[in-house]
Design a protein around this ligand. Structure first.
Ligand code: UT7
Length: 351
């Protein structure tokens, strides 16, 4: 018995924001963003459009591709670090709005590694015999976390006004993070299959929480009260990222986990046909590929279009590669990610 992906879908917001639009509201440039990260544009969700809404769009497309309806699904796993509500998670939102039966929904975090963790969880739950079909969603909406109220209108071209010096200074303070992220969602339907040649072959997941401050958001329930108005000014509700530290971890840990998952499955790294790497930075993607000796044609990327959509990057990239034929039946695909936690890992899948 194996578990296989029978349908994929994506949920991408309509607002395209190119680097030059961000340069209007902070001290940055298209050249800096492209050369340091590979990002050329990102998509921003509209107010009222949360990770649940983008996730639902992706989920509907994945169900249609799998030729399934909500009645066929036994459980939902929703991976996001930016749920619509502080609680509950997005699972119940999606359950009610999409009209699922009263099936269990699991809300998981794991940030940029959320999709890889979700794949392992889905595979394990199906293998346990409890469920036959699981819908897995990876979705994140970064715009609400960023100080976009300062210049949102200018970025989206809604208003022809000059940014004030105060707004410009605040936006510049967070430029190392804000330029890297975008909003987006991907979803897959995973099913039990008795055809032994396809499906997931192995997973390797890791966590090391000894340096949480490298990538985190300070606000939370250890604070009394958990939100005070001063915390907003002090940036407690804006993600903190030590970019260089995370970069170094990413280019060493992801190759390690790819090697580990190959060892687990008894295959050589060279046998991987397509390596899908979490889209955080094109330089990280190239660095991981180089460490593993993978030629660029085996390592697709789309960070230039969407920036870093956290739990959304891998299912979006997988969907696009299937759609345009870069991933074909029979190929061995490896998913790998690293993100806040730190959590990281890899999954090996025979299409
Ligand atoms: O999904 C997982 C989470 N995130 C990641 O994996 C991100 C990992 N890290 C990175 O991708 C990179 O470290 C960054 C893209 C965040 C930064 O690239 P870097 O090459 O490490 O640059 P840096 O942080 O060393 O900054 C270099 C310079 C600094 O100026 P000085 O001190 O040299 O004068 C920054 O202030 O670039 C400046 N800078 C910017 N300039 C223009 C930082 N952000 C910007 C910006 N525009 N947006």
């Amino acid at each position: 018995m194996r578990t296989v992906i029978t349908g994929t879908g994506i949920g991408i917001p309509k607002n395209v924001v190119v680097n030059d639009a961000l340069a209007k509201i902070m001290d940055t440039s298209d050249e800096w963003i492209r050369t340091r990260s590979g990002v050329e544009q990102r998509r921003y969700a509209d107010p009222g459009e949360g990770s649940a809404e983008l996730g639902m769009k992706a989920a509907e497309a994945a169900l249609a591709a799998a030729k399934r309806t909500t009645a066929d699904i036994d459980a939902v796993i929703f991976a996001t670090m930016t749920p619509n509500y502080y609680f509950p998670g997005n699972g119940p939102v999606l359950q009610a709005k999409m009209g699922f039966g009263e099936i269990p929904t699991f809300d998981i975090r794991q940030q940029c590694s959320g999709f890889v963790y979700g794949l392992d969880l889905a595979d394990s739950l199906i293998r346990s015999g409890k469920y036959n079909r699981i819908l897995l969603i990876g979705a994140d909406v970064h715009t609400p976390l960023m100080p976009w109220q300062l210049g949102w209108d200018i970025v989206l071209g809604l208003e022809e006004r000059e940014i004030t010096p105060e707004e410009y200074a605040v936006n510049t303070k967070y430029r190392d993070r804000t330029v890297l992220f975008g909003d987006g969602a991907g979803a897959v339907v995973i099913e039990r299959s008795e055809n032994g040649t396809r499906g997931f072959e192995a997973f390797k997941l890791f966590t090391n929480g000894s340096n949480i401050e490298a990538l985190y958001m300070k606000g939370g329930t250890a604070q009394r009260p958990w939100v005070r108005s001063e915390q907003v000014d002090e940036g407690y509700l804006i993600p903190v990222m030590e970019g260089r530290q995370v970069f170094k971890e990413a280019v060493s840990r992801m190759p390690e986990s790819v090697r580990a998952v190959c060892k687990e499955a008894g295959v050589e790294v060279e046998q991987i046909d397509v390596l899908l790497i979490h889209q955080a930075n094109l330089r990280i993607v190239e660095g991981v590929a180089k460490q593993l000796g993978m030629p660029p044609e085996k390592v697709p990327h789309n960070i230039e279009k969407y920036a870093n959509t956290t739990a959304g990057t891998l299912p979006i990239l997988f969907h696009e590669c299937l759609a345009d034929g870069r991933i074909k039946p029979g190929m061995l695909v490896c998913f790998t990610a690293l993100g806040s936690g730190l959590h990281w890992g890899a999954a090996l899948y025979r299409v």
